[in-house]
Ligand binder design. Structure first.
Ligand SMILES: [Zn+2]
Length: 259
């Protein structure tokens, strides 16, 4: 049976002199692995070379989901992977692709996550070289990572203590712009979220957060204006959290954080 879908290539492996095996994140079918026969020939059926972040309309046959699908068409759309002059932005996109690959299952559709990933790649391509560039890229990566966690059902609790459920805001005043009322906040992967100072002793894996980082996690709208130091701190927490979820450090993580 032939299936049409929209896909972003998130991984390529050489299979032979002329063919590749692709991991494709598709909008309707979720993640699939497919062989692209003859894709490395100068004239192939796939509109040119297939690379990570190749994006467009595909046709594939998947007679058995146990085996590799066969890619028969890939009508590529331009403009997603134009990051050759910005290594940090490229690394953030590759990190996003690695996380999508590691945290979704074959044939488990996540159309909203697909849309968010496509938007993330588009937005990163739009960022122009300015003094603010690294900060802007990092805030997009963090927003995408939070969307990813939400879409796969692993969103941490970030607006209240994940253990005692006390809202951080309720301690003193309502907190329209994030967490207020206490100066001590922690993140615990074990608890899957923020932890208040009354509960922190029960969670040996906790990491103390600055107030700015806790505010941004409680209210993601603040990420766009956050300082680079705060974003680095949040990204470090997220990498720690993904490492706990995956039981290993993601490969691209070392390219994201400054020491
Ligand atoms: Zn608590």
């Amino acid at each position: 049976m032939l299936t049409k879908d929209t896909a972003i290539c998130i991984r390529t492996t050489d299979f032979s002199e002329t063919s590749q095996i692709l991991t494709l994140f598709t909008r309707a079918a979720g993640k699939i692995s497919a062989i692209a026969k003859g894709s490395k020939r100068p004239k192939s059926a796939f509109d040119g070379p297939l690379e990570v972040f190749s994006y467009g309309e595909i046709v594939f046959s998947d007679s058995s989901r146990e085996k590799l699908a066969t890619l028969t068409e890939f009508q590529q759309k331009p403009g997603l992977a134009d990051l050759t002059n910005n290594l940090f932005a490229l690394n953030c996109c590759l990190f996003g692709a690695e996380l999508v690959n590691s945290l979704t299952h074959d044939y488990d559709p996540h159309p909203e996550l697909f849309d968010a990933f496509l938007q993330f790649l588009h937005d990163i391509n739009e960022i122009r070289a300015t003094s603010d560039e690294r900060r802007n890229v990092l805030s997009l990566l963090i927003l995408f990572q939070l969307t990813l966690l939400r879409e796969i059902g692993l969103m941490p609790i970030l607006n209240a203590c994940a253990n005692c459920k006390t809202s951080h805001g309720s301690r003193v005043t309502p907190a329209p712009s994030g967490v207020e009322g206490s100066d001590e906040f922690y993140f615990s992967s074990l608890a899957n979220g923020l932890i208040c100072k009354d509960c922190e002793a029960s969670f040996p894996d906790k990491i103390e957060l600055t107030k700015n980082a806790a505010n941004c996690l409680a209210n993601a709208k603040l990420l766009a204006e956050a300082e680079e130091n705060t974003l680095n701190e949040i990204e470090k927490i997220l990498i720690h959290h993904f490492t706990e979820i995956l039981h290993k450090l993601p490969k691209m993580a070392k390219h994201i954080l400054k020491n």
